[in-house]
Design a binder for this molecule. Structure first.
Ligand SMILES: [Zn+2]
Ligand SMILES: [Zn+2]
Length: 294
């Protein structure tokens, strides 16, 4: 057994230093990285880059393609009424794809990464530090619930305030509905929604994966609610938005009551606040008086 080299022996008077600690990754980050491979598929969860990464743009494009194919196929198999894929206004609605909620969510993620450090002091008093320690499915449920209730209220305002209706009537100008109608919104509405709904969540430290997931779920339910599908959802109509209720939100003033069914993702707000309207039959006519699509 050899002795320790004399150079290792330090005088007793020399300040003792602690051995350097090994690089420590917080348990929460280790858990997320190890048990959530979908984060890599989504492509935005683990990146520290201050902008949506190419994988996130690819993920979004794949989501657009896949959801479009699935809803187009479902509408061919279970149509509520016969109508061609290239129905009236089809080309216009394809242009509106670039005006989507998920795009706004990605921009909010980018802004959150750029400027979120200025809002750190607000996370604790608002309870977001505690929320960030919860599993991502719980964060997602919380964000979806809060965002949807805010959006339900905004949707009310868009119908009841004449100046805001000028923007929202673009969405109601559609006269033949299918899943693609979910894209037709005035660009101001997208800016308005995202600024109020997604940007605070990102500035206050909400996980980008959660934000992105919330936007994808909300958009998918929106596609379903607008789809030309004869599916009825039974008792679930009290929980989620569906074609049988959202068609009546789009009813033409000559064909049914106005200002009903403001639901975006969750129909429960309409049942709670007595704005639900769900007769058994579909409306005879959709659209608005003097439709404009700009
Ligand atoms: Zn509306
Ligand atoms: Zn709609």
């Amino acid at each position: 057994m050899t002795g320790r080299p004399s150079t290792d022996v330090r005088p007793i008077t020399q300040p003792q230093t602690c051995p350097p600690k090994t690089q420590h990754t917080p348990p929460e980050e280790r858990r997320r990285a190890g048990k959530a491979p979908y984060r890599h598929i989504i492509g935005i969860g683990d990146s520290n880059l201050p902008y949506p990464t190419p994988p996130s743009v690819i993920s979004y494009s794949l989501f657009l393609l896949l959801s479009g194919l699935l809803f187009t196929l479902a509408e061919r198999l279970w149509p509520r009424q016969p109508q061609p894929i290239a129905r009236k206004g089809y080309a216009l609605d394809i242009v509106y794809i670039f005006n989507a909620e998920v795009v706004g969510a990605l921009v909010s993620i980018w802004l959150g990464r750029m400027y979120g450090t200025h809002f750190l002091q607000w996370r604790e008093p608002l309870g977001l530090t505690a929320l960030a320690r919860q599993p991502e499915w719980l964060q997602l449920a919380a964000l979806l619930l809060v965002k949807d209730f805010l959006q339900w209220n905004i949707h009310n305002l868009l119908h009841r305030v004449p100046a805001l209706w000028e923007f929202h009537k673009t969405h109601h100008s559609t006269e033949v509905m299918d899943w693609l109608s979910n894209w037709r919104f005035h660009w101001f509405e997208i800016v308005f929604y995202q600024t109020i709904l997604y940007l605070p969540a990102n500035l206050l430290g909400m996980s980008p994966t959660v934000t992105f997931g919330c936007a994808v779920i909300s958009t998918t339910i929106g596609h379903f609610a607008h789809a030309n599908l004869r599916w009825r959802v039974g008792p679930l109509k009290y929980i989620i938005n569906s074609p049988e209720m959202h068609l009546w939100h789009h009813v033409h003033p000559d064909a049914g009551p106005q200002n009903r069914n403001f639901a975006i993702s969750l129909a429960l707000w309409d049942w709670l606040f007595h704005t639900a309207y769900a007769p058994a039959q579909a409306p005879k006519r959709l659209g608005i008086i003097d439709a404009k699509t700009t």
